[in-house]
Design a protein around this ligand. Structure first.
Ligand code: AHM
Ligand code: MG
Length: 354
């Protein structure tokens, strides 16, 4: 932000100068400021974030026109490694990330929810010693009705052999992440990221083609009114989850919000406070969300904003993945609300041990 002294250098009105200054706070400038350095590592992370932003712009551009294009929406007719039907936009978005990182010299390996095994970019190795993990289009079933979707990303330092297909080095806890964030494709496109120095949000200005700073150092409220969960799964939950939901039904001050896309649902909670839950169900005992591509990146971000993420019994960031596409129950959001959900889980455990 400009101080009065700096304004003196502008020939325009201070308010205009301030707006201009804000417009110039682009994502790449912000990343460099955060790292407080022009070292090669800082340059790499800044360039990496710019590439992620480019992926976001490409996906956003296609999404805004998808309904008008002949072949953009609908299913491909195939199923992914998780046994889920794949949408054409899932594949497009996955390919966008690969494409923007090819010949970038930044990322040696990409691991995505949509690919059984990591994708190596040999020409980037060993220069690019980072792995990017991502969910290219989270909540893509929302596309059927033109509702919000998102992309989730996580950056890790690569530790293993470049060509080791089992990617054993990724089977570590979420504290190994060096950055994470998401892109929300809503009424406007927003990119929210953290590289360990708080959580910062940017809005895409389509006229400039740049992500411009919207909020810096976002702090999630300690407690909030929102609970966000697919209540249609009530019959499939453990009794502790049902008890929690009964509790919010019977107390004043709660409001339900569930959009069916984690990025949008958590974005609202980041600003307004509350809790998002995707617990285990009868059909999916480990829940639906994937540890490495969804839960761990979101946990990293929410912790940076002062919130918490838990499986119900363990911090999400402490969970060591056993396999690449592992799922995990997720309770994430404001500290007090996550603790309240956990208290029901503890109580249920106590009762069952008596
Ligand atoms: P996806 O990555 O295959 O789109 O699945 C993840 C999405 C999340 O965005 C969302 O929170 C959840 O699935 C919704 O699941 P459900 O329809 O079971 O409520
Ligand atoms: Mg997803």
């Amino acid at each position: 932000m400009l101080n009065t002294q700096t304004w003196e250098h502008f020939q325009i009105h201070p308010e205009e100068a301030q707006a201009l200054d804000r417009d110039c706070t682009t994502l790449s400038r912000h990343v460099l400021q955060q790292l407080n350095s022009f070292s090669p590592d800082a340059q790499d992370i800044s360039a990496l974030m710019s590439r992620i932003a480019l992926a976001g712009k490409l996906i956003a551009r296609r999404l805004t026109r998808a309904g008008l294009l002949e072949d953009a929406l609908g299913f491909t007719g195939t199923v992914n490694v998780q046994g889920e039907s794949v949408k054409k936009m899932d594949i497009y978005s996955n390919d966008v990330f690969i494409s923007v990182f090819k010949q970038s010299g930044l990322v040696c390996r990409l691991a995505s929810e949509e690919m059984e095994k990591p994708y190596y970019i040999p020409e980037n190795c060993p220069v690019g010693r980072y792995t990017l993990l991502y969910d290219p289009l989270d909540g893509s079933s929302n596309l059927d009705t033109n509702l919000n979707v998102g992309s989730i990303f996580s950056i890790r330092q690569q530790e293993g052999n470049d060509e080791d297909e089992s990617a054993q080095d990724l089977l570590q806890n979420g504290r190994k992440q060096i950055g994470a964030g998401y892109i929300l494709y809503g009424p406007s496109t927003m990119l929210v990221y953290s590289i360990g120095t708080g959580v910062h949000a940017f809005t895409l200005d389509p006229s400039l083609g740049e992500f411009i700073q919207a909020n810096e150092n976002i702090k999630i409220p300690e407690h909030g009114p929102i609970y966000s969960v697919n209540e249609g799964n009530f019959w499939q939950w453990d009794e502790s989850m049902r008890d929690y939901i009964r509790y919010v039904h019977r107390h004043e001050g709660y409001t339900a919000r569930y959009g069916g896309a984690l990025v949008g649902d958590l974005h609202r909670i980041l600003y307004q406070g509350g809790v998002f839950l995707y617990p285990g169900t009868v059909k999916k005992p480990e829940g639906k969300l994937r540890l490495l591509y969804e839960s761990a990146p979101m946990a990293y971000l929410i912790e940076q904003a002062g919130g918490r993420a838990s499986t119900g019994t363990e911090e999400i960031l402490d969970v060591v993945a056993e396999k690449l596409h592992q799922r995990t129950p997720l309770i994430i959001g404001s500290k007090e609300d996550v603790a309240l959900v956990e208290s029901f889980i503890k109580e249920q455990k106590r009762i069952s041990q008596v």
